[in-house]
Write a protein that binds this ligand. Structure first.
Ligand code: HSE
Length: 345
């Protein structure tokens, strides 16, 4: 059986989601795919860090976090290593980069990803910062070092939106993409339609693990704009940057706006679009009031949806979870299993 040693950089919602999956599915993964994923190191800016070259107990990590929201009580031979030391000096094979997202500089995740690839380690990440800002250059570095960079969870959490576009629809040529690309805002809009107020709905989205560490990136549309940039770069060969996406979030929408749309048989949705046309490329994130008959109108809660318009197949739509601890943790597992498929022979 092939065992991959993991170093987790960050241990918030997504890292804990992955840890839960590994605890629950570890034996099945071994039986089904002949693979094991062993966490050897965790380094989190706020919760502390621990490293044991022989492996940490994943269930102990989760229990300690549940009790103390800190890793200081975990028994391990090495403690207090910062992220870069953990990446460079641990015996990890895969670096799981799940520190917080910064869509302006990509840091500190960009430095982490760079260091890991440079050190010849595979990277799996759900971090939109490095992916939206520097993916092409990171991919070159990964290829040079014969390792992989998995980014499936940067768009629509574990719903395989990127693989679907990059692998299954590549030959059909994706000419435009449109969708609901942020779970937090879709959850808030759905709850507001059901009578909740904005602050209450946002607090619930945070509590359920949908929102970013700083939720302003969700509600001001920048998280969805980052996903538009990722989709444009990875699926459509369009080297867009964040500045190319016109972006408006949901903060100007009031309960009255939502009620009056409802009364008219319509619904507000935050919609991200990127479109290639003979006249150029358009990319946007904006709240739109759409009729209930629109294909995106029925997408509720933290569910997301994406429609790929292609030359050969017409429209193909994928609907699935857009955020959440387990849902996003699962995206990391998808990328880790892809590494196993590609590197185990
Ligand atoms: N905060 C993001 C969302 C998480 O709500 O969609 C998934 O990228």
């Amino acid at each position: 059986m092939k065992i991959y040693r993991l170093a987790l950089i960050g241990f918030g919602n997504v890292g804990q989601g992955l840890a839960h999956i590994l605890v629950e599915r570890g034996n099945w993964l071994a039986d089904r795919f002949g693979v094991g994923f062993q966490i050897v190191a965790v380094s989190d800016l706020h919760k502390g860090s621990c490293y044991d070259p022989n492996g940490l107990s994943t269930s102990d990590l989760l229990a300690t976090i549940r009790e103390n929201d800190s890793l200081t009580a975990v028994t391990a031979p090495h403690r207090d290593w910062d992220a870069l030391r953990t990446i460079n000096e641990s015996n990890s094979d895969i670096v799981v980069e799940i520190s917080y997202t910064d869509l302006k500089t990509g840091e500190p995740a960009l430095t982490h990803v760079h260091a890991a690839l440079q050190a010849g380690k595979h990277v799996v990440t759900t971090n939109k910062g490095p992916t939206a800002l520097r993916f092409p250059e990171l991919l070159v570095l990964a290829r040079k070092n014969k390792v992989e960079m998995g980014v499936e969870g940067t768009v629509m959490s574990g719903t395989p939106a990127l693989r679907m576009g990059m692998e299954m629809l590549a030959g059909a040529k994706v000419t435009s993409v449109q969708g609901i690309l942020n779970g937090t805002t879709n959850y808030i809009l759905t709850q507001m339609e059901n009578g909740a107020d904005y602050d209450e709905a946002l607090a619930e989205a945070q509590q359920k693990g949908y929102a970013e560490a700083d939720p302003s990136g969700d509600v001001d549309g920048h998280d969805a704009a980052g996903k538009v940039v990722i989709l444009a770069n990875l699926l459509m060969e369009l080297p867009l940057t964040m500045e190319d996406v016109s972006c408006e979030g949901i903060t100007r929408l009031t309960s009255n706006d939502i009620k009056s749309a409802s009364a008219a048989g319509e619904r507000w949705k935050l919609i991200g679009t990127v479109k290639k046309a003979t006249t150029g490329v358009t990319a946007s994130v904006e709240p739109r009031r759409i009729p209930l008959s629109h294909p995106l109108a029925s997408i509720a809660g933290a569910t997301n949806a994406i429609t790929y318009s292609t030359d050969l197949l017409g429209d193909v739509t994928l609907v699935g979870p857009g955020a959440g601890r387990i849902e996003t943790g699962y995206a990391l597992l998808e990328d880790m299993l892809a590494i196993h498929r590609n590197h185990s022979t």
